[in-house]
Design a protein around this ligand. Structure first.
Ligand code: GLA
Length: 720
């Protein structure tokens, strides 16, 4: 920590000081390897003294410099982005937060939650800072409660989940940007003085153009195994904002939370506003470690049934789109059985009678089976699947409505649209006004009917194909700026009710590809659809991006007919995540079918390593013409490696790849699996046995003489 230039105004010195505050009271928020040390200054304000690797001697925490105020308020002396800025009932735009109380609780055996209560000495406003520290996973979850004790409504102009301060020589931001069918593209840049913001204003979904997650490297750009790095993500299925601001002294503040854009929130008297959680993990040893931390945390504490297995499904969307009938579906169910999949998933196009859903222009909102297509309804399809020895799942998009629907005709006041302006369509549809509790009930009842009436239903794909635009909630009247937030809060309410009734039904979250990819949604969903783009070359990059934050059992990857690559390449790419199929099985050659049947068997053998093992990214597609990654199980007895050659040239010089995460003492047999019938392995060292030490220091020659663009291999390693 450098000493700052103290030519500051006296008031500013309250906020920024390098002096040792040895007699201040410390609050240590610690995991096994990380510490966030706060302290209470003599003036009663709370400061962040330290964030980083846990100090070996706890006594050192007492001599840390005071640092920056932990949750800076707007309207007082600070001149940069505040964490909170409110307008009181009397119009006063300021807030001062003074320490009142601290509580430490243990919500579960693995975590400790510290709650710091701050109060304004002049106004009855309380702000509770929550920090939940997950010891073994080295993850901290931070959120804030704002309690309005005033007699009237206050306005929350800014209401961050978390504010964190850094003092490094330089800062490097890794962000993930994209578009439809182009999700999670990684971009790295050095931060400069001033502001950099990453945000979204899409309403119904967290992301599309920018994703709600980032890596922040300190002093130098981190790599997989070295460098100081923090991974952060906001658990919010709506507008987010990450604000990075580097001040005149090269200090950085990171303010994370709901995007305050068009969202000055009216909080009624006596009410408490709880922000979403900002989840972060820090490591001094590179980004591979923070990914593994987040994966373990997500499986253990966040994702619905995160430690349970997933179903391999066959979807009909790419094969039929909207054109199917009972007979066609019957055939696809037979294909699912033939393939060895666990489930058949019926996608869009099964509903609507007055306005049947024969394309994407009609039917959304009318969730009754189309009689002409499915005369015997879903009940029959569930029964058929059961009779064939498979399971049945179904697609639904319950938050949306087509203007061509009975729902639109009956309830025009249930729809988000501006009065006095033309309706604005996106995929020919509109968003229901979920801020209205009646609409939330409709969404819940739709789901409850569908699931309740069909007890054999084994899977749901919940879609959300449009963002919000031209916003106006007929329900919210003079509280329009609560819309973005209330929509999401009511969505969570519906999901909570649904999960109370149907706790373990697997549900995939989809949003026109991967646009609802956040950890609050994943509390209710078992997995998410990563992208509508299933071209495996693109998918390598997309899945690489997600792998930084999400465990592989949540990242749904399907083998389809997109891309010109071999079926083997498509399958190997899909196998690094949660494998599924969306392909016309009847068009497969006998070899392709045999290969796919064996691939599913291989996947079932290896899936516990892929889903629950530790991920090591070995060669990045952003740095080479190939991508290599591996998973190792908890006892280091089994590992599986995926090797994807991208636009590689045949005589390109590629090194052996050194493995990671193995037990150096153990001996591992290395075998290439997932080969087309009759094909030979490309792994030069196939079938040999090496020590973990050798594999990690010398590595494997993954391609031998068979270097070719768009080829791949899967290597299984078994301790002997
Ligand atoms: C979205 C999804 C697709 C498919 C279609 C159906 O685009 O991402 O997977 O379900 O909707 O309309």
């Amino acid at each position: 920590m450098k000493y700052k230039k103290y030519i500051l105004l006296p008031a500013l010195a309250l906020l920024t000081t390098g002096l040792h505050a040895q007699d201040g009271k410390r609050i240590a928020i610690e995991t096994d390897h990380t510490a966030l040390i706060l302290n209470i200054g003599k003036n009663g304000r709370v400061y962040q003294s330290y964030l980083g690797e846990r100090l070996a001697d706890a006594a050192d925490n007492n001599v840390l410099p005071q640092g920056k105020e932990a949750y800076i308020t707007g309207g007082m002396e600070d001149q940069f982005q505040p964490a909170i800025r409110i307008t009181h009932t009397d119009g006063n735009p300021s807030l001062e937060l003074i320490y009142a109380d601290k509580k430490v609780i243990h919500p579960d055996t693995g975590s400790t939650e510290t709650i710091i209560s701050l109060k304004d000495p002049q106004y009855p406003i309380t702000v509770n800072l929550h920090y939940q520290a997950y010891a073994h996973e080295d993850v901290i979850k931070a959120w804030t409660e704002i309690v309005n004790g005033e007699k009237g409504t206050i306005i929350l102009n800014d209401y961050a989940s978390s504010m964190l301060h850094f003092d490094a020589g330089s800062y490097w931001l890794t962000q993930f940007h994209g578009d439809w069918a182009y999700e999670m593209q990684m971009q790295e840049s050095k931060l400069t003085s001033g502001i950099k913001e990453i945000d979204s204003k899409l309403g119904t979904r967290a992301d599309m153009y920018q994703s709600p997650m980032f890596l922040l490297s300190l002093n130098k750009l981190s790599d997989e195994t070295s460098g100081e790095v923090m991974a952060g993500t906001l658990a919010w299925t709506g507008n987010f904002r990450f604000h990075f601001e580097q001040d005149q002294n090269n200090s950085l503040r990171v303010v994370s939370g709901i995007n305050p854009y068009a969202s000055a929130y009216q909080l009624a008297a006596g009410k408490t506003f709880t922000t979403p959680a900002f989840i972060f993990s820090y490591s001094a040893h590179g980004r591979g470690q923070v990914s593994r931390n987040l994966h373990a945390w997500a499986r253990n504490y966040d994702v619905m049934d995160g430690n349970k297995s997933r179903l391999v499904l066959l979807n009909n969307w790419e094969t039929t789109t909207f054109n199917f009938n009972e007979q066609r579906l019957d055939g696809i169910m037979d294909d699912a059985v033939k393939l060895g999949a666990d489930l058949f998933l019926l996608d869009d196009g099964w509903f609507g009678n007055k306005y049947p859903r024969s394309n994407d222009k009609a039917g959304l909102g009318d969730w009754q089976e189309t009689k002409t297509k499915l005369p015997n309804g879903i009940t029959h399809l569930v029964k058929q699947a059961d009779a064939k020895g498979t399971k049945f799942g179904i697609w639904i998009e319950p938050e949306m409505v087509n203007p061509k629907s009975e729902l639109y005709e009956k309830h025009p006041d249930w729809i988000i649209k501006l009065p006095n302006r033309a309706e604005n369509y996106y995929r020919n549809q509109l968003v229901l006004d979920l801020a209205n509790p009646k609409v939330a009930d409709f969404v819940f009842n739709t789901m409850d009917d569908l699931i309740g009436k069909h007890p054999g239903l084994a899977f749901i794909k919940w879609d959300c194909n449009r963002l919000m635009s031209n916003n106006w909630s007929p329900y919210l009247k003079d509280k329009q700026s609560n819309l973005y937030v209330d929509y999401v809060l009511n969505l969570y309410d519906v999901l909570k009710r649904l999960r109370a009734k149907y706790p373990h039904l697997p549900i995939m979250l989809c949003s026109g590809g991967g646009a609802r990819t956040d950890y609050e949604a994943l509390k209710y969903f078992t997995e998410f659809w990563a992208s509508d783009d299933t071209d495996p070359l693109e998918r390598v990059y997309i899945q690489w991006g997600y792998s930084n934050f999400f465990p592989s059992n949540t990242v749904t990857c399907h083998v389809t007919s997109w891309g010109k690559q071999s079926l083997k390449f498509r399958t190997d790419v899909a196998m690094m995540g949660k494998l599924g199929y969306d392909i016309d099985v009847s068009k497969m050659t006998p070899d392709e079918l045999a290969f796919s049947q064996q691939a599913i068997k291989n996947y079932k053998r290896l899936s516990s390593v892929i889903w629950f093992g530790e991920l090591y990214r070995l060669v990045s597609p952003y740095e080479a013409n190939r991508a290599v990654l591996m998973y190792v199980d908890g006892i280091k007895a089994k590992a599986v490696l995926f090797n994807y050659n991208l636009n590689i040239r045949e005589r390109e010089q590629v090194n052996r790849v050194r493995l990671q995460g193995l037990d150096p003492q153990k001996k591992y047999k290395v075998e290439e699996v997932n080969m087309m019938p009759g094909a030979k392995p490309i792994l030069a060292d196939n079938g040999r046995t090496y020590t973990g030490d050798y594999l990690m220091k010398i590595g494997l020659d993954l391609n031998g003489w068979h270097l070719k663009a768009l080829t791949s291999s899967v290597v299984e390693m078994t301790a002997q």
